[in-house]
Write a protein that binds this ligand. Structure first.
Ligand SMILES: [Ca+2]
Ligand SMILES: [Ca+2]
Ligand SMILES: [Ca+2]
Length: 396
């Protein structure tokens, strides 16, 4: 009959059909429960019916007639319902997922210690500079001549024998130290930074004509972190007289030619009217200035601007407004002490430019006179003489 499909289909699928599919229950009507089989009872309507409605009512709705129907035929209902589709994917995935989790944790755990180490090592690296990061400095070197009020940052041109002021106060950032370096200077120069090369504003005496290159280094150094910056500035000492004569010397036996003891050379510049080592026509340490040219007019007078007595020089004579004459230039090795031989160098600048140089003239001992050159004006021509005398010669 149709009772199994029309009445409690799911219950049937869970109980009766589990035995052998749909069963003909036989009776249709009843007068008492005895007329009904399979544990049914006789209803007040006279029909055999189940006493207990299926307790799986919700399942009954979910299972639906369609699903329950086809599965009534076999034991499948228990195994097939939902599992197959799920199982299919489950079955297919296990081999796939199994190794996956196996490998996943592997790489997961492998990188973990790595990742754990990396931040451990990197963190302190980044944290240290972060914690102690200074404002690293920038360097600005400036210079100013004796007669100037404005600082120069790229370069400076002044006359020789000026004392130039240097300045690092325009540098910025955290600075714990200054270092000035006299990178280059004219050959024979013995100048140095005063009072030292580690102050913010040292000075530099330009003892010779030519170029002076300085480097400023500003430093931050707290013992752990060091950073610095550099700047450079060039200073040119340009003679501003018609004639500028320089004498320097190098005495090998003098271990320190910048200290207070050393050899003594004297520069001589002779007017054709005079004799060596006599004034008023020879300009030297005893006669540092003479009234040449127009009498009473100092503009055309030569002058010894620098006299050195303890090693290396320089000595310096300048002269403007020359008469149209030939002048003589010489050097006398005045005193060697116990230091012996020395090498003398003489340079002549005309209108600010180097016109003549005689370098490293060897003088074996003191009290030798070296007649170096003749200067003819107004041509500015300079001729080397290069004669050495024992003492001063009586005539140029
Ligand atoms: Ca010395
Ligand atoms: Ca001297
Ligand atoms: Ca004069």
């Amino acid at each position: 009959m149709t009772s199994c499909r029309l009445i409690f289909p799911l219950f049937a699928s869970l109980t009766l059909l589990a035995l052998s599919g749909c069963v003909d229950l036989g009776e249709v009507t009843c007068e008492s429960d005895n007329d009904c089989r399979f544990g049914r009872v006789c209803s007040t309507a006279g029909q055999c019916t189940w006493t207990a409605p299926p307790t799986q009512t919700p399942i009954e709705e979910d299972a639906g007639p369609v699903d329950a129907g086809p599965h009534d035929a076999g034991p499948g209902p228990d195994t097939t319902p939902i599992e197959p589709p799920d199982a299919v994917s489950d079955v297919s995935t296990p081999p796939d997922t199994t190794p996956t989790p196996d490998t996943t944790p592997g790489p997961d755990t492998t990188p973990q210690p790595d990742v754990g180490n990396e931040p451990d090592t990197s963190l302190p690296d980044t944290s240290v500079p972060d914690a102690a990061t200074p404002n690293c400095p920038t360097a600005v070197a400036r210079a100013r001549g004796e007669h100037e009020s404005d600082w120069q940052i790229t370069g400076l041109a002044v006359a020789p024998l000026e004392t130039v002021s240097l300045d690092a106060t325009s540098s910025s950032g955290d600075i714990t130290r200054y270092e000035w370096t006299l990178v280059s200077r004219p050959s024979g120069s013995t100048t140095r930074l005063v009072p030292s090369n580690t102050v913010e504003q040292p000075t530099l005496f330009l003892d010779l004509a030519g170029w002076y290159e300085l480097e400023l280094r500003v430093i931050y150094d707290d013992g752990d972190v060091v950073c610095d910056a550099r700047d450079e500035i060039r200073i040119r000492a340009i003679p501003n007289e018609d004639v500028h004569i320089e004498l320097t010397w190098d005495t090998p036996a003098d271990a320190d030619q910048t200290d207070g003891s050393g050899t003594d050379f004297d520069l001589h510049y002779l007017h054709p009217n005079g004799q060596w080592n006599n004034y008023p026509w020879d300009i030297f340490w005893e006669n540092p200035r003479g009234d040449w040219g127009v009498q009473g007019d100092s503009w055309d007078d030569p002058s010894l601007d620098l006299d050195d007595t303890n090693g290396a020089g320089p000595e310096n004579i300048t002269h403007s407004g020359l008469e149209n004459l030939t002048y003589n230039i010489g050097a006398y090795y005045y005193a060697s002490g116990t230091l012996g031989a020395s090498y003398a160098t003489l340079r002549v600048y005309i209108d600010g430019l180097l016109a003549f140089e005689f370098a490293d003239k060897y003088l074996d001992h003191d009290e030798l006179f070296w007649h170096v050159a003749q200067l003819t004006w107004p041509s500015g021509q300079i001729m080397a003489v290069d004669q050495v005398y024992d003492g001063f010669p009586t005539a140029p």
